[in-house]
Design a protein around this ligand. Structure first.
Ligand SMILES: [Zn+2]
Length: 232
């Protein structure tokens, strides 16, 4: 059974004024309703790590993977309590040089500054059973940088996150979903087990584990739109 891998960024009250990527900020009430829908339909929300046996077809069951990109503090504040309430696990892909920092890569594009989780928040996230994934050092567009720099961004991010959690970091998300065959090889050689893109469909057993598709959930998605993404 194909598995939906949901992609969120920020969970917060969106700013009133128009700004780039405002659609990436999902209201906390909408997030709670979406988790309630998953529960009502009999889905278990799982981190990528916990969902791998289902994605690979070794286990069967109604599973939706919950992922967040960029490691925002508002996910800790607004999504983590909801995940705990529903008994769901999730993956957050952290930008290793912005731990306790902010979305420095977005700000030049006109996006409002938003803080990223601190090391102690990341440790708490992990201690509650959620997965710490890697999203490079600086949120670079990997195909646009030399291979050596791409390797540094991928390898050192894993080292920094492993130092914080004291546990292996095995999941990676390509910033902007931008990747290619050469980058998949670098990610595998760096010791990761899986990587996600932003190709829009549900994951299937035949998928390359270093190119797993994801479904982006946006601010204006209606409940029907959300369910379609999960089910179709
Ligand atoms: Zn990102």
């Amino acid at each position: 059974m194909p598995v939906p891998i949901l992609l969120y960024h920020q969970i917060d009250v969106p700013p009133a004024k128009r700004m780039p990527f405002r659609s990436m900020i999902v209201h906390p009430d909408a997030f709670r309703r979406q988790m309630a829908w998953l529960r009502r339909l009999g889905y278990q929300g799982l981190s990528l790590h916990d969902a791998i046996p289902y994605i690979e077809g070794r286990k069967s069951g109604k599973v939706a993977v919950i992922t967040f990109d960029d490691g925002f503090s508002n996910v800790y504040e607004n999504a983590l309590p909801v995940l705990q309430e529903y008994g769901f696990t999730a993956t957050n892909f952290f930008v290793a040089n912005q731990i306790g920092g902010q979305n420095a890569w977005d700000i030049p594009l006109g996006v409002a500054p938003a803080s990223c989780m601190s090391a102690s928040q990341i440790r708490e996230w992990a201690a509650l059973g959620h997965e710490v994934g890697s999203h490079t050092l600086d949120h670079v567009r990997l195909p646009d940088v030399p291979a050596e720099e791409a390797r540094r961004q991928i390898v050192q991010a894993r080292d920094i996150l492993q130092d914080i959690t004291g546990a292996p970091v095995t999941s990676f998300a390509y910033p902007y979903g931008d990747e290619n065959a050469r980058l998949r090889t670098i990610v595998r050689e760096a010791g990761y087990h899986h990587a996600t893109t932003t190709e829009r469909r549900r994951a299937q057993p035949r998928d390359d584990g270093f190119g797993l598709p994801r479904l982006s959930i946006r601010r204006n998605d209606s409940w029907l739109h959300f369910l379609k993404k999960c089910l179709m």
